[in-house]
Design a protein around this ligand. Structure first.
Ligand SMILES: [Zn+2]
Length: 344
């Protein structure tokens, strides 16, 4: 298995200070991959800056120039939760370009799969708004580029970040060529992602939301993957699978209330990789979104690479949640989603 990874120190130039989404996240991931000897098993992919034209496939031109201007003026807050520094525009261009490069490398068969370790993250960024720590919607931009450059008809995006990827959903809400499936804590930030949001017009049915109750853990995620994501993917027959990989779903993450373990992430990645192997010659691209507890984040990213490499041993240094008391019952939720989407 040839597995690529995108990283560049330019991502550290998005300086957010004490913000939970800070440069230490990527520094910790890279040093953990080095320390565990995993990095030598991976193929480095050099990112490039996304062009303004590529950004325009998702974002408004005034919005793009606004982000550039804020950086030129030294940075500042964009709304209540998203902050920029002078290096943020450049870092954000390379974040989008990093996911584009990961996708090109997979499509050109230089690697079997790839993981873009980028920041700022992207899935909350909308056409004309930065939010939820995101500036440009990296995965949406790379997906748009893949559709155009490789003349693809069907791309599946799986988003297992604990938050709903409202920006990604909105980008493809009326696009039948992209099936967007999200598992997320609900109700929760950013408020979107109900089962009733299913796409519009000819894209009706190509948005599938799996809004899970707080406290959901490995069992519930496994259930959601097996009952919804697998049959939906089999029916859609994607030519490429993109993943918004957010690890704030881990039980130790301070920003949310889910109970997934490192082992749980390994199981999800295994299912997604199985789908890619069966449906699209293994073509699979991961893009880093959230994940704010450094121990959980680094161990979860490592186990993701292990699964992509085909390493079977799962190292889970944090184990299962010590807080998991009652397992939520999601049987009726799963039934409803199956009904709405006419899944077997
Ligand atoms: Zn998140």
């Amino acid at each position: 298995m040839k597995v690529g990874f995108v990283y560049d120190p330019i991502y550290l130039e998005h300086d957010t200070g004490q913000h939970p989404e800070n440069a230490k996240r990527l520094e910790a991931i890279i040093s953990h991959l080095e320390m565990t000897g995993l990095k030598q098993q991976l193929i480095p992919i050099k990112p490039r800056a996304a062009s303004v034209e590529e950004l325009l496939s998702v974002h408004d031109e005034h919005y793009i120039s606004h982000i550039r201007d804020v950086a030129q003026k030294g940075g500042g807050w964009l709304g209540a939760d998203t902050v920029m520094s002078s290096g943020s525009y450049e870092a954000a261009l390379y974040a989008a370009g990093g996911v584009i490069r990961a996708t090109e490398t997979v499509m050109n068969e230089e690697v079997d799969s790839a993981f873009a370790l980028v920041r700022p993250p992207g899935h909350h960024a909308t056409h004309q708004r930065a939010m939820g720590f995101c500036l440009f919607n990296n995965i949406a931009i790379a997906t748009k580029c893949a559709l155009a450059d490789y003349k693809l008809e069907r791309i599946l995006i799986v988003d297992f970040d604990v938050h709903h990827g409202n920006g990604t959903q909105a980008t493809f809400y009326d696009n039948p060529h992209v099936l967007y499936i999200s598992t997320h804590e609900y109700p929760f930030y950013p408020g979107t992602g109900s089962i009733k949001e299913t796409g519009s017009g000819t894209a009706e049915g190509t948005t599938i939301n799996i809004p899970l109750p707080a406290g959901s853990g490995d069992t519930e995620y496994q259930e959601a993957f097996e009952q919804i994501i697998v049959p939906a993917a089999m029916r859609f027959k994607p030519q490429l699978i993109m993943v918004s990989a957010g690890y704030d779903t881990h039980w130790a993450d301070e920003l949310a209330l889910m109970q997934v373990s490192v082992t749980g992430f390994a199981q999800m990645v295994k299912v997604i990789k199985g789908l890619a192997d069966e449906l699209c010659n293994g073509r699979l691209v991961f893009s880093l979104e959230g994940g704010y507890n450094l121990r959980a984040l680094t161990a979860s990213v490592k186990v993701t690479f292990d699964m992509l490499l085909g390493n079977t041993a799962i190292e889970d240094p944090l184990g299962q949640s010590p807080r998991r008391i009652e397992e939520p019952n999601i049987a009726s939720l799963i039934r409803k989603i199956k009904e709405i989407h006419n899944l077997p």
